[in-house]
Design a protein around this ligand. Structure first.
Ligand SMILES: O=C(O)CCC(=O)C(=O)O
Ligand SMILES: [Fe+2]
Length: 316
């Protein structure tokens, strides 16, 4: 088991070394004492199950492919995260919920920014309220973890905050169908990939299915009661010049039952130019990456991995 539990320190507590050691060694870890009320988490899962139980036509009414900003529903098999090794799309469906931005706000002129698409209240009563409460809790936790990462990088606690003034913070409830994965045949709950942003906070039901790649081997990451699973993304790897890695992971459905998980992808502002931090360079270890605009990276990833986004209109 590669992952380890880390107590989530208060922002003013200076415990960065534990995090630095963990993050640079394992890249996936658990967080407990995170302050997210259990009832907020439970209500989110109840709402997610009710949404995915809807008739597919109701779900397709709010398809993400209809929105210029990649918000909304993605159907079973729409996403294929590891095209080279998959014979079919991931055996999962999902719903992209971003930071709510009014349609007439200046921000709404950019990809990934604008109003969300919600299922009608009468079809899934309480859905929006439950998701927004959980999203707010995730945002708070993500900023606490960002402080911890900054301290681990020998920066002031808010040393990374400037690039998150308008974060692309996306909540994504997921539902995996009962189809059993068969890697030999290219059938996966979710193909191998690394996440695109800075950190992902994952909540899973009790089904064991997530695996991470450690030294060429796939290792199970079991859900632990009261804990979230945290993994680090591609932008953190770039910023830290590979000190912190974005680990490849996948979902192998083995139990023949439906599985529900919800990811919260915490990502920098669209315009952020991600350049290697000077703290992470030495003469022996010069910067390995050129500066890159995060929004361009994200757009490219979404379009490459979702069948329905291939011809999506986008705002750039
Ligand atoms: O469902 C899971 O456990 C993982 C999902 C995931 O890796 C993702 O959506 O990026
Ligand atoms: Fe992932």
């Amino acid at each position: 088991m590669a992952a380890a539990a880390v107590e989530c320190p208060q922002p003013n507590q200076r415990q960065p070394w534990k995090c630095r050691k963990l993050a640079s060694r394992t890249d996936f870890f658990y967080v407990r004492n995170h302050g997210v009320p259990p009832e907020v988490l439970a209500a989110q899962f109840t709402a997610s199950q009710a949404f995915f139980a809807l008739d597919v036509n109701h779900k397709l009414d709010i398809a993400a492919s209809k929105s210029k900003i990649y918000r909304g529903y993605t159907a079973m098999a729409d996403e294929k995260l590891d095209a080279g090794n998959q014979s079919q799309g991931d055996t999962k469906e999902g719903l992209y919920i971003g930071r709510e931005v009014a349609a007439d706000a200046e921000e709404a002129s950019k990809s990934f920014h604008g109003p969300n698409q919600w299922p009608p209240e009468d079809l899934v009563p309480g859905f929006r309220v439950a998701m927004e409460a959980y999203q707010a809790a995730m945002m708070q936790l993500a900023f606490r973890l960002l402080r911890l990462l900054a301290l681990a990088l020998k920066l002031p606690p808010e040393g990374l905050h400037a690039d998150f003034d308008r974060p692309i913070a996306t909540l994504r409830p997921l539902h995996y169908g009962p189809e059993i994965s068969d890697p030999e045949k290219g059938i996966f709950g979710c193909g191998a990939h690394s996440d695109y942003g800075v950190l992902t906070i994952l909540a899973s039901d009790t089904n064991k299915a997530l695996q991470i790649e450690v030294a060429g081997q796939w290792v199970d990451v079991e859900p632990k009661p009261g804990c979230f699973i945290i993994n680090l993304g591609d932008m953190l790897q770039r910023w830290t010049n590979d000190l912190f890695k974005s680990t490849r992971h996948r979902v192998i459905s083995v139990c023949g039952r439906d599985r529900y998980s919800t990811a919260f992808f915490f990502e920098p502002s669209f315009e952020t130019m991600v350049s290697v931090l000077p703290q992470c360079c030495t003469p022996e270890r010069p910067a390995k990456y050129l500066p890159m605009k995060f929004g361009d990276y994200l757009l490219n990833k979404y379009q490459q991995t979702h069948g329905s986004f291939e011809h999506s209109p986008s705002l750039g």
